[in-house]
Design a protein around this ligand. Structure first.
Ligand SMILES: *[C@@H]1O[C@H](CO)[C@@H](O)[C@H](O)[C@H]1NC(C)=O
Ligand SMILES: *[C@@H]1O[C@H](CO)[C@@H](O)[C@H](O)[C@H]1NC(C)=O
Ligand SMILES: [Zn+2]
Length: 520
């Protein structure tokens, strides 16, 4: 072998080893920041590194109790801005400071996405370079490796060498103020269960976030406030929250309806959430069919997924807050039996998760999306539409409207089926009376199965034309009779005006929820 070839062989062996050891290590706060900075420098065109909060509209803290930042690396074709029609996705890891594999996975994922995108590295797993480039060009992806950097340091600091793992089950779970962040969000489930029994009830955006933050300021932790302001600033459509302690994809609701410690409590979007959870568990190497159970729960019967409340009730969790307070659908991923495993096992964990991590991001493209087209003299977002869907084969109205964004677009994740879609805006006349303007569409959603969704299915783009606001409704829905019954206008207006009672419910439960123990 000639010398140059030999040197290449040696180099590739050493370089591979260096690459390997980087990902067979746990990263402390400084090392985490280094990876994020390095990836940002290497891929400046498609990434942006930023810290929370993204604006001070909400007057929230800018750091944790121990003065650390919540850092995010974003991937997009045009990082730093929302582009009309481009869905926004987020991964949040390490909310429980001692549950750490999500943090390591996201660090490796960002490095991997940058290198594969650039052609500096061959793809691993099932997705090709073209797939990954296309994902980044069509999706805005936000990666937060640690929501609780203080808790991580507490867990890691409890042993001589954290690279060998930490076996204590609870040390470092909470933040530096000893508060469990996944019990610290406003308990909107409780509010939802109370109001839902009434004929006229809100089914989305249950809290006015600014007022709630002001009134719950004592109860909400800095990390919680920063994340709340984030999810109300960026129009996320899909998200996952990465934990450890079991191996399962968990979906809403997390809190039981009846207050018991566990009973299945489906959300109105149960079908879609089950699809989303399976899109992770079935693309994961073992989650849907593990060789052993972590605990006493056999999730293989449900393909590695579970309704959160069926497993155990979590009041004040982040997952349900996303769904009940914003347009974002969030699931919770338990990524393994061990919470803080030895660093030597991280490469295997990466192999188990790489397909699933990418596959879930593609699901931001399921269902339908489009724009609200307004008259020429109006800016995008000047009128916000509620998007209500009815599944035609069952006749069931999904009791969870999403709203259009301030950019004038909307995203409605849906599982397969034929749907009637109504976009409704409310207009106030000069005499103060309110009337509604409705545009309808009939759409067949046909998502392709896992791994294929973003590539084979033509995207279902449905725009709603409101340029002629004097026309009250159109006849483009699924039923051609389209007899327009008189609907109570009140039903479509924001029904929670009594803010003090709402805040009282949230305050009472904020204190109660912290006293409950959680395990995963
Ligand atoms: C959708 O709007 C039409 C009028 O265009 C109305 O007849 C129908 O009841 C609405 N459906 C839902 C689910 O609101
Ligand atoms: C909410 O905060 C405002 C302003 O700080 C205060 O006036 C109001 O009484 C609070 N409401 C409740 C129910 O605590
Ligand atoms: Zn957890």
């Amino acid at each position: 072998m000639e010398l140059r070839g030999l040197l290449l062989v040696i180099c590739s062996a050493i370089c591979a080893t260096v690459g390997f050891s980087e990902w067979a290590q746990h990263h402390n706060y400084e090392a985490m920041k280094d990876v994020m900075t390095r990836v940002n420098k290497k891929c400046p065109k498609i990434t942006k590194l930023y810290e929370l909060p993204v604006n001070n509209e909400f007057g929230v803290p800018t750091e944790t109790w121990n003065h650390r930042k919540l850092l995010v690396l974003e991937f997009a074709k045009r990082p730093g801005e929302h582009v009309e029609g481009v869905p926004e996705f987020k991964y949040i890891a390490n909310m429980h400071g001692n549950e750490v594999t999500g943090r390591e996975l996201l660090l490796r994922l960002m490095s991997y996405m940058c290198d594969v995108y650039n052609g500096d590295m061959e793809p691993e797993g099932s997705f090709s370079r073209k797939h990954i480039q296309r994902l980044i060009q069509n999706t805005r992806i936000h990666l937060m490796p640690s929501m609780n950097p203080d808790g991580w340091e507490i867990a890691a600091g409890s042993v001589d060498d954290y690279q060998n793992g930490v076996t204590a089950w609870i040390v470092g779970r909470a933040n530096a103020h000893n508060i469990d962040l996944n019990r610290n969000f406003p308990d909107l489930d409780k509010l939802y269960y109370q109001t839902q029994t009434k004929a006229v009830h809100p089914n989305n955006h249950l809290d006015k976030v600014k007022e709630v933050m002001k009134n719950l300021t004592e109860q909400l932790e800095p990390e919680t406030k920063m994340v709340m302001s984030w999810i109300h600033s960026v129009p996320f459509v899909l998200s996952a929250n990465l934990h450890n302690g079991d191996l399962v994809a968990n979906y809403p609701f997390d809190e039981t309806r009846d207050g018991s410690s566990h009973s299945r409590s489906p959300s109105p979007d149960d079908d879609t959430f089950i699809e989303l959870a399976k899109s992770y568990s079935e693309a994961h190497k073992t989650m849907s069919n593990p060789t052993k159970m972590c605990d006493t729960n056999d999730f293989s019967k449900t393909d590695g997924t579970t309704n959160g409340a069926a497993w155990y009730s979590v009041p004040g969790g982040m997952q349900d807050y996303n769904y009940l307070s914003t347009n974002c659908f969030e699931i919770t991923l338990e990524l393994g039996c061990e919470k803080f495993p030895p660093a030597s096992t991280l490469p295997q964990i990466w192999e188990d998760n790489i397909d699933a991590l990418l596959n879930l991001m593609y699901q931001s493209h399921i269902g339908i999306k489009g724009s609200i087209v307004l008259p020429d003299n109006m800016r995008p977002g000047e009128l916000i539409a509620s998007i209500r869907v009815q599944k035609m084969d069952t006749g069931e109205v999904i009791d969870h409207d999403v709203t259009s964004t301030r950019y004038g677009d909307y995203f409605r994740l849906l599982s397969n089926g034929v749907y009637n879609i109504n976009a409704t805006i409310m207009i106030e006349g000069s005499d103060g009376s309110v009337h509604r303007v409705v545009r309808s569409a009939c759409v067949e959603v046909e998502n392709f199965p896992y791994m294929e969704s973003a590539f084979n299915a033509p995207e279902r783009i449905v725009d709603f034309d409101f340029t002629d606001l004097s026309q009250e409704y159109d006849l483009k829905g699924c039923t051609d009779e389209a007899e327009v019954e008189e609907q109570d206008v009140e039903e479509l207006r924001y029904p929670i005006d009594d803010y003090s009672s709402l805040i009282k419910i949230l305050q009472e439960n904020a204190n109660k929820n912290q006293r409950r123990y959680g395990y995963y």
